[in-house]
Design a protein around this ligand. Structure first.
Ligand SMILES: [Zn+2]
Length: 62
């Protein structure tokens, strides 16, 4: 992820305050609508691993 992607704020996933966070995309709530999801580097790494695992499973199912 490029340096411009990161800014300081609260991670939406682990709730850590005042740390570098990146915008990952919109999240949708049935009640409140869409909002921008921001997460810290460890949470981004965890999500990327989940995405990798998801695609690995999808490849196995094919
Ligand atoms: Zn986090």
């Amino acid at each position: 992820m490029s340096d411009e992607t990161w800014r300081t704020g609260r991670c939406w996933l682990c709730d850590a305050p005042d740390i570098p966070i990146a915008w990952l995309g919109p999240v949708h709530s049935a009640t409140f609508g869409a909002a921008p999801l921001h997460a810290c580097a460890p949470c981004v790494d965890r999500l990327e691993q989940r995405i990798c695992d998801h695609h690995a499973r999808a490849d196995q199912a094919a």
